[in-house]
Design a protein around this ligand. Structure first.
Ligand code: TYD
Length: 137
């Protein structure tokens, strides 16, 4: 089975209210990992991209809290592109998927929920190394 088959959109509860909407994410049934870390990407200048790496072990959930951006994901064979532009769903990305985040709109805010503490050694930043490591799995 291609690893990209494990990628999926996760819809969050959306509590609609005349005072504004509310959504939330919590550990357990909603997301398939224990939450260890949350970080966010913001103030991205026009035309810039983020990512271009894979994680050996880290699983992530990426949410567009504001604005929009595209996520391009590949396992080395299959590629999928998602546009995130609503704050009531996110995309689940398992470990060992190469990702690039691009086309950030003005004032976009990406929230990332991760399954591990930050570790530089969990990154694969060289695409050829990613392909080699993926093949061995
Ligand atoms: P990086 O993950 O490479 O950014 P992106 O994939 O969005 O382009 O992280 C950029 C820098 O921030 C890098 O030097 C590592 C550091 N960093 C942390 O210290 N802790 C974290 O949790 C993250 C995600 C990054």
């Amino acid at each position: 089975m291609p690893r990209t088959n494990l990628i999926r959109i996760i819809n969050f509860p959306k509590i609609e209210d005349y005072r504004g909407n509310l959504s939330f994410v919590q550990e357990g049934s909603q997301i398939p990992f224990e939450i260890k870390r949350v970080y966010w990407i913001y103030d991205v200048p026009g035309g810039e991209f983020r990512g271009s790496h894979a994680f050996r072990k880290t699983e992530e959930l990426i949410i567009a809290l504001s604005g929009s951006f595209d996520i391009v994901l590949t396992d080395g064979t299959y590629e999928h592109r998602f546009t995130l532009n609503r704050s009531y769903y996110g995309i689940y990305i398992p470990e060992m998927i190469w990702r690039k985040i691009e086309n950030f709109s003005t004032n976009s805010l990406a929230l990332i929920v991760a399954s591990t503490d930050y570790s530089a050694s969990d990154y694969i930043r060289n695409y050829d190394e990613f392909l080699m490591t993926a093949k061995k799995k």
